[in-house]
Design a protein around this ligand. Structure first.
Ligand code: FES
Ligand SMILES: [Fe+2]
Length: 364
């Protein structure tokens, strides 16, 4: 008899307990690199967009020096929010009492501040947040002391340049938004294994990739899970691929960056992304991003995005929402993960790694 006990999935409370969710918002989500948006969406000085990370509202804005900076979206006077949505502005003006800030964050003017003894304009700045440009993809970390993304995700920057030779030219063509009635971890775990693919994703498994070649490898170091597979034989592919274009044209790969982002390269060097936002203990939103050079219209990518939305994304929503309902069942006791030493498509070792990180994040 095998004496080693099977590794079981996480207790249901990790996905249903508002206390654990609150702990994640205060801790994990505020200490990890989170996707903010794409630099191509704010090409000119004064272009900005607002977004949320953890329970905070932030905005990214391009300065006159061309640098994108990210700030908490709050006025240093009496806390009114500064910006809404997206747009362009010459200076950031607070709607409440008209304090104004330079694009680089310094206070520019405050009405009647001359009557305040010792008012030192130069000492008042918007609170800046760590931001990294990862091939045009902007990530932020609310932890000022966070180690850089290359330390979290070793090798990924270089591999992306190899798999997507034109990555520097890309801009978003389409964002597909999918709200899911489940805990973000249910969605991220589902994304990170392909044990369910053959039974649930016919189009993906038969028309995009070759399941028998699928491997998901947790990196030996860092917080990245790589999905590696080959494309389907060309006659079965749901879109045209020119295999002679470059050495990686026939490959599929994805790089999941803990905890809530993934770069995917589809055959044909087609870059697309997943990112998640946690809205509450039992709701999250997933976005699928699709990119082309300069954001140019591309009928093949549009069709691929629509096909993916109507098949893989829709199929996954049904799976993850059923799991969330199941996690509330009094009849559920966590079952063993299927850990095949050969790895491969029918193994859940990537889920084991994720669940280890999930436990560590809340000291559980
Ligand atoms: S709160 Fe912004 S100017 Fe008063
Ligand atoms: Fe799936």
């Amino acid at each position: 008899m095998n004496a080693a006990a099977a590794l079981c999935s996480l207790d249901a409370r990790f996905y249903t307990d508002p206390g654990i969710f609150a702990q994640e918002v205060r801790g994990l989500l505020a200490r990890t690199w989170q996707f903010a948006g794409h630099a191509a969406d704010i090409p000119d000085a004064g272009d900005y967009f607002t977004f949320g990370i953890a329970d905070q509202t932030l905005f990214a804005i391009r300065g006159h020096d061309g640098v994108v900076r990210v700030f908490y979206n709050v006025c240093r006077h009496r806390a009114h929010e500064l910006l809404q949505g997206r747009g362009n502005t010459r200076v950031v003006v607070c709607p409440y009492h008209q304090w104004s800030y330079e694009l680089s964050g310094g206070l520019r003017g405050a009405p009647n501040s001359g009557s305040v003894p010792g008012f030192e304009r130069q000492n008042i700045r918007l609170t800046e947040v760590r931001c990294e440009d990862f091939h045009g993809f902007l990530f932020v970390n609310l932890d000022r002391d966070a180690t850089p993304m290359d330390a979290w995700f070793p090798g990924v920057r270089e591999e992306l340049a190899e798999f997507i030779p034109h990555i520097a030219t890309l801009a978003p063509l389409e964002w597909v938004e999918a709200p899911e009635a489940c805990n973000w971890k249910v969605s991220v775990e589902n994304y990170s294994e392909c044990y369910h693919c053959t039974a649930n994703h016919r189009t993906f498994a038969e028309g995009v990739i070759r399941p028998e070649t699928y491997q998901i490898r947790p990196a030996p170091d860092g917080y990245v899970l790589r999905h590696i597979t080959e494309c389907q034989s060309l006659d079965k592919m749901t879109y045209p691929v020119d295999l002679s274009a470059n050495p990686r044209a026939g490959d599929y790969r994805s790089w999941f960056l803990w905890p809530m982002f993934s770069f995917q390269c589809y055959p044909g060097n087609v870059l697309n992304t997943y990112h998640w936002r946690a809205g509450g203990v039992d709701r999250c939103t997933v976005w699928r991003g699709w990119f082309t050079p300069g954001g140019a219209e591309d009928a093949v990518i549009r069709r691929l995005a629509a096909q993916d939305r109507d098949t893989t994304v829709a199929e996954d929503i049904r799976l993850v929402e059923s799991v969330q309902r199941g996690l509330r069942s009094r009849g559920y006791v966590p079952g063993p993960l299927v850990l095949d030493p050969a790895c491969g498509v029918m193994s859940e070792h990537s889920v084991a790694r994720l669940q280890q990180w999930m436990r560590e994040a809340v000291g559980g």
